[in-house]
Design a protein around this ligand. Structure first.
Ligand code: PLP
Length: 378
């Protein structure tokens, strides 16, 4: 049996008619960038996430970049974040001339360990930037407390967490900013790139709108040196059509996760931890295994795709060596990079496929047990 990590063709088939008519509408409208569909999408996602404003931009990466710009974070500033994330989180800080100041992760949630944040603050710290990895929100309350106490911004990279909640509140209800990515494989993915900034803060809203469009407040007048980071109408129309299904898709991911949990009970796999206050959207269903690479290879040989998010903690990557970190500085991130494995969890997954994946995991464990007993017999 073949089990892919994502099945975008199957997803498209489900909504084909609606997406086609939305795209045709845009084509006929003659307005292709930052128009009515973008505005509708901004309102829809802001409301869905509990934010006052949504500002559509060209990618999830730009959503973080422009949030930093809007919060005036630049050369000489430090931003507290995690080294166990997609590179975009950290790259944009460096591009702004700010210094990523890493804090290790909580080994259960893989998110920024808030207990370690305070001791990493310096007089240059301007913001805390947690990442809601795999679709589960990083603990907000303790981070908001620290941010308020030290007058810092709280900007969440929620690229993987559309629809996630904590204590019943959405990603847009906490902190200064939350950012989203609409990369095609995300829980809400476009047919190309896109992203969004969510905020309650009117000043941040106005500044990001200005900066996303060359710093231009009116026709050919520029109050700021800006960027070119606009969301296009075709993406917005497609995403609006998909927004009708996002809750159902997230629920299906939860059902798939529960099924994995039932079927994997009794295996040696460490299952994902979901904090009781969180609604996890399972962008990824990420297990841990001490023989991760062998397990991944065994699954691959048996038709099951899986992925490692992420194999290298960023503090050890060549591009970020200038920050001066060394192996051992963030032990939980380093251990996670060696042990995590994300299994297929997308909403189009069938019962049979889930059963097959788990069967292959048990088969792998039995094979290892047998090899172990052969060795111990010698
Ligand atoms: C945690 C995280 N941050 C940022 C991004 C960047 O988003 P994009 O690819 O839309 O620029 C991604 C997406 O891959 C992500 O997973």
């Amino acid at each position: 049996m073949i089990v892919p990590m994502a099945d975008l063709k199957a997803q498209h088939q489900e909504i084909e008619a609606e997406v086609h008519s939305a795209v045709l509408e845009v084509l006929k409208s003659g307005r292709y960038v930052l128009g009515e569909y973008v505005q509708q999408l901004e309102n829809r996602i802001a409301q869905f996430s509990g934010a006052r404003f949504g500002i559509g931009v060209a990618s999830g990466t730009d959503a973080i970049l422009l949030s930093l710009v809007a919060c005036d974070i630049g050369p000489g500033d430090e931003v507290i974040t995690t080294p166990f994330t997609f590179v975009a989180t950290v790259e944009v800080m460096a591009l702004r001339g700010a210094r990523p100041a890493f804090v290790d992760i909580d080994p259960c949630t893989y998110n920024l360990d808030h207990r370690q944040v305070e001791k990493k603050l310096t007089s240059r710290t301007k913001a805390i930037l947690p990442v809601d990895l795999y679709g589960q929100m990083a603990a907000r309350k303790p981070l908001i407390q620290i941010a308020q106490q030290y007058n810092l911004r709280l900007i969440a990279d929620s690229a993987q967490a559309i629809g996630a909640k904590q204590n019943g509140l959405g990603i847009g209800e906490y902190g200064d900013v939350a950012t989203l990515s609409f990369y095609p494989t995300k829980n809400l993915g476009g047919c190309g790139d896109g992203g969004m900034i969510l905020t309650h803060n009117e000043e941040i809203e106005q500044r990001t709108r200005l900066y996303r469009n060359h710093g231009s407040g009116g026709k050919y007048s520029y109050s700021k040196i800006g960027y070119c980071s606009r969301l296009d109408e075709i993406q917005a129309a497609i995403l609006l059509a998909k927004m009708k299904l996002i809750e159902r898709w997230n629920e299906q991911r939860q059902k798939n996760a529960n099924r994995y949990r039932q079927l994997l009970a009794g295996s040696r796999v460490e299952l994902p931890y979901c904090a009781h206050e969180n609604y996890h959207t399972y962008h990824q269903f990420t297990i841990r295994h001490s023989r991760r690479d062998e397990l991944q290879e065994f699954l691959r040989q048996n038709g099951v795709s899986s992925a490692v998010y992420y194999p290298h903690p960023l503090h050890l990557e060549e591009a970020y060596r200038y920050l001066g970190y060394k192996p051992g500085d963030f032990p939980e991130s380093e251990r996670a990079a060696k042990e995590v494995l994300s299994l297929p969890i997308h909403p189009e997954l069938t019962e049979e496929q889930i059963a097959y994946v788990t069967e292959m995991i048990f088969k792998f464990e039995r094979r290892n047990d047998n090899q172990g007993s052969i060795h111990s017999d010698k």
